[in-house]
Design a binder for this molecule. Structure first.
Ligand code: ATP
Length: 137
């Protein structure tokens, strides 16, 4: 029995599919969801969402939100979701370098929070993109 996976952002339905397993970046750590999982409602951190289906793994970068798990379905409501193949690595590297540089200047308050969030987004994008490259897809 597969799991019905739905990924939705404020802008659009990103993905609807029957899958074998979902590994999601819950705020408290990565959780693996197989069919018949106990009901679970959790917040998501920025991180890598891995999906396994028929021996093939795909991944997306997701940026916060919620995951609602039921025994036969998983609904992910996230601020943004980017497929690994849509991620521009050089853009993420540039964003990471900019954020690191900004943090070295010792920003405070909102500026620091902005730079940290930007660094985290860039790192998630790079991790997702790198895993895809390693898979050779
Ligand atoms: P940058 O500083 O490169 O703009 P950012 O983290 O500030 O990165 P966001 O504000 O998170 O960017 O996203 C703005 C838009 O750009 C979104 O639609 C997002 O999907 C897209 N985007 C951001 N970085 C990348 C990337 N490396 N590859 C592909 N799309 C990206």
């Amino acid at each position: 029995m597969p799991i019905k996976l739905e990924i939705v952002t404020p802008e659009r339905a990103v993905l609807t599919d029957d899958v074998d397993m979902v590994i999601a970046p819950a705020s408290e750590g990565y959780v693996g969801i197989l069919p018949h999982h106990a009901p679970l409602l959790t917040t998501l951190g920025p991180g890598e969402l891995r999906i396994k289906k028929g021996g093939v793994e795909t991944s997306l970068a997701v940026f916060g939100g919620f995951m609602d798990v039921r025994p036969d379905r998983v609904v992910i409501l996230t601020e943004a979701a980017e497929h690994a193949e849509d991620i521009d690595e050089s853009r993420a590297e540039a964003a990471r370098a900019r954020a690191r540089e900004a943090l070295q200047a010792g920003p405070v308050g909102l500026e620091e929070a902005r730079a940290r969030a930007s660094l985290e987004r860039a790192m998630v994008r790079l991790r997702v993109s790198e895993r895809r490259r390693r898979r050779g897809v």
